[in-house]
Design a protein around this ligand. Structure first.
Ligand SMILES: N[C@@H](CCSC[C@H]1O[C@@H](n2cnc3c(=O)[nH]cnc32)[C@H](O)[C@@H]1O)C(=O)O
Ligand SMILES: [Zn+2]
Length: 430
């Protein structure tokens, strides 16, 4: 088959401010130059005045939870999960999770996210939705056993069959990790076995760790150890582990995270909304730890807009440390791009605009009120001034998923309709 080529003409590169053209051949960034000939190019995108950024990487999501947007606001994690979310999740099925994932995919594409890492149920149906949407994703089945051996077997069966059926799917855009939910819902036996299986399948681990003070207190009471100490004692930690939240950390735990090169997914909006606390992100970054960004599910955020998450991440650290210099815009943009890629083991493929990498790219319009005038530092415009609605074009793996703010792969009106019906049915069952 002949190559397909896209030329993005005269865009401003977000990190350097230079105006360049970028040639995409099939799924790869083939050339970046001042001027590139339009001859034999299949499609030219005139990006004059637009900002070109790597697509964003959201390292902690529960896509299908988009159906629960606004369902249970203003609770802490414990009450939110036990009293509201887990009861309604008991009625989920393949179709609801598929629709929820489609709804989330619309939002991701519209707000410039091209890669995400998800943990949930019915993940083969999430994979189906994501394959249609055309974005890149790491999927894991959320494993919970509450020390029940039979449930544990089921959870491994689910995650392993997800791996066997979906890893490498969608032209390699879909990968599968193991998803032990957390140290408070997964037993010691489950966590130990996860490490063995992750080694056997040569894949990563996605887990919630140290999210609330209650989690830490309960674990200290039952084991004498804090969450990262406990996970170290079980042999679970390594550079292939993405730990979401990591809010409540002792200095010893920061040393452990560093020693094992554990990747942290910081989710400031969810942590603020559930009143969980403030992760010491500035300190983690000072220690050379790889911190990326996640939104968590749309039921504790309540959206999946990584542009918003970047701004909150920066402002929260500034006010927490009373130091305006921490987490400047460019550093935050790196957290949302290359650090996310590193967290997911994809840094050779995505996360930056470089020849040879996969073409996961977005264009932001600057001809709108909140983007006028340009700052001398375009990262500032993107992190502090932009929001998802400034994203004009989203390209993943060399394929245009949105152009001129119009989706090409998904029918958004149809998906909104189905999502409204799905949540109505779920509420009626509850
Ligand atoms: N197999 C499990 C499914 C777990 S999916 C992952 C779970 O994480 C939950 N979740 C979402 N956000 C958070 C969070 O911030 N902290 C902890 N759990 C969360 C989510 O609602 C879902 O129940 C079962 O049988 O229950
Ligand atoms: Zn979560």
């Amino acid at each position: 088959m002949a190559e397909s080529t896209i030329l993005i003409k005269d865009a401003k590169l977000v990190f350097t401010g230079e105006t360049k053209s970028v040639l995409i051949k099939d799924e790869i960034i083939a050339e970046i130059d001042d001027v590139i000939s339009e001859e034999n190019v299949d499609k030219v995108i005139d990006a004059k005045g637009m900002i070109l950024s790597p697509g964003f990487v959201n390292t902690h999501t529960h896509l299908s939870m988009s159906l629960f947007r606004g369902l249970a606001d203003d609770y802490d994690l414990d009450s939110w999960l036990n009293d509201y979310i887990w009861p309604i999740e008991a009625n989920l099925n393949e179709n609801y999770c598929y629709i929820g994932a489609l709804l989330a995919a619309v939002e991701l594409i519209k707000s410039g996210t091209t890669t995400f890492s998800d943990m949930y149920f019915y993940m083969e149906d999430v994979a189906r939705a994501i394959d249609e949407a055309g974005i890149r994703g790491v999927l894991s089945y959320g494993m919970i056993d509450f020390a029940d051996a039979e449930k544990r077997e089921n959870e491994f069966r689910e995650n392993i069959s997800l791996y066997e059926n979906c890893n490498g799917m969608s032209d390699g855009k879909i990968k599968v990790f193991f998803g032990p939910h957390s140290p408070y819902t997964a037993s010691k036996e489950l966590l130990e076995r996860v490490r063995q299986e992750a080694n056997k399948y040569n894949t990563g681990i996605h887990i919630h760790v140290g999210e609330t003070q209650k989690e830490v207190d309960d674990l200290v009471e039952s084991t004498g150890m804090r969450p990262f100490e406990y996970l170290e004692s079980l042999g679970l930690l390594g550079p292939d582990v993405v730990a979401a939240h990591a809010v409540w950390l002792s200095d010893n735990e920061i040393d452990i995270i560093k020693k094992y090169d554990v990747k942290i997914s910081h989710n400031p909006c969810s942590n603020m909304k559930l009143a969980s606390g403030i992760s010491p992100v500035a300190k983690l970054l000072e220690n050379g730890i790889c911190v990326s960004l996640g939104t968590d599910g749309a039921s504790s955020n309540n959206n999946l807009d990584l542009l918003e998450e970047m701004k909150f991440a920066s402002l929260l650290q500034k006010v927490d440390t009373l130091n305006p210099l921490v987490l400047p815009a460019c550093e935050v943009l790196k957290m949302a791009t290359i650090n996310g890629a590193k967290a997911l083991g994809l840094e050779d493929e995505i996360g930056s605009i470089e020849v040879g990498k996969k073409a996961d790219l977005i264009l932001l319009d600057t001809n709108s009120v909140n983007m006028t005038p340009d700052s001398s530092d375009l990262c500032s415009n993107v992190v502090y001034s932009a929001n998802g609605s400034n994203v004009d074009t989203t390209i993943c793996n060399g394929k245009i998923l949105m152009e001129n703010k119009k989706l090409t792969t998904l029918d958004e009106e149809e998906i909104y309709k189905k999502a409204r019906i799905a949540i109505k049915e779920l509420k009626e069952m509850n």
